[in-house]
Write a protein that binds this ligand. Structure first.
Ligand SMILES: Cc1cc2nc3c(=O)[nH]c(=O)nc-3n(C[C@H](O)[C@H](O)[C@H](O)COP(=O)(O)OP(=O)(O)OC[C@H]3O[C@@H](n4cnc5c(N)ncnc54)[C@H](O)[C@@H]3O)c2cc1C
Length: 221
């Protein structure tokens, strides 16, 4: 949609912007390419640009009530729809706000069964953390709502603590949590890519490590 809008307006389109930069009055942006596999800096061709930004990439400024926007009334133009509405379905509303969470526990495909998420919930509860997930758990397995998955096509988070449990650390996931202050990973494969981006790593079976962590945290309370 951004590309079509940019073409209509005859301006540049930039997808997945991470940062806007001022280049002597011209607009430059650092943005993800190749599905998050690389980051490139592009300069817009003109003064305007249509940009897409993932959730929680930018921190909202505090509300400034002294600022007033100029309101321009535009006439409603009935679109010549080529799309026919067949059905309307209500989407289940998820109350999660991962962008605001200070601690996040993120289970991945290392969790073998949906019932085992109860153990992850308990860990999150003793830690005072929100539960997120990798995409396969939300899209495909449908164990958790889509609002909970982190990554290039999911939520971008900046918590103080990210704990990945059975997460391999593929780039499409890592771009969504790389701004976390402290990253901890539990994985039974010592060569899992997530360890190269973790501050602390536990090489072990999550089915042994997670219950032990829950017990240790409960004893400390
Ligand atoms: C265009 C595109 C966009 C995508 N966008 C996203 C996105 O936004 N977010 C996202 O998350 N993914 C995204 N993906 C998918 C991504 O590439 C990975 O497939 C996904 O992140 C892998 O999820 P995972 O780490 O849970 O699973 P896996 O890669 O299968 O990893 C499971 C890990 O669990 C470990 N493990 C297994 N059993 C245990 C155990 N008992 N104890 C401890 N460790 C164990 C394994 O060693 C393994 O490392 C995207 C892919 C594409 C192509």
């Amino acid at each position: 949609m951004a590309g079509r809008l940019a073409a209509r307006l005859d301006v540049s389109a930039l997808a997945d912007v991470l940062e806007f930069l001022d280049d002597n009055g011209a607009l430059k942006a650092r943005h993800m390419i190749f599905g998050g596999g690389a980051v490139r800096v592009d300069r817009s061709g003109g003064e305007s640009v249509v940009a897409t930004v993932g959730p929680a990439v930018f921190t909202a400024l505090p509300v400034d009530t002294t600022r007033r926007a100029e309101i321009e009334e535009a006439e409603w133009i009935e679109p010549d729809w080529r799309v026919r509405l067949r059905e309307t379905r209500t989407r289940a509303v998820s109350r999660v706000n991962l962008g605001a969470a200070r601690k996040v526990v993120c289970p991945g495909r290392g969790v073998a069964k949906q019932e085992d998420l109860a153990m992850i919930d308990e860990l999150a509860q003793v830690m005072g953390a929100e539960v997120a997930c990798t995409r396969p758990l939300a899209e495909g397995l449908d164990w958790l709502p889509r609002e909970r998955y982190i990554g290039i096509s999911g939520a971008h988070i900046k918590p103080d603590l990210y704990l990945g449990v059975g997460v391999s650390g593929q780039v499409q996931h890592m771009v969504g949590m790389s701004s976390s202050r402290v990253v901890v990973a539990i994985n039974k494969d010592e060569n899992a890519p997530i360890f190269s981006q973790s501050d602390y790593g536990i090489v072990g079976d999550l089915y042994e490590v997670v219950p032990a962590l829950i017990q240790a945290l409960k004893e400390r309370k």
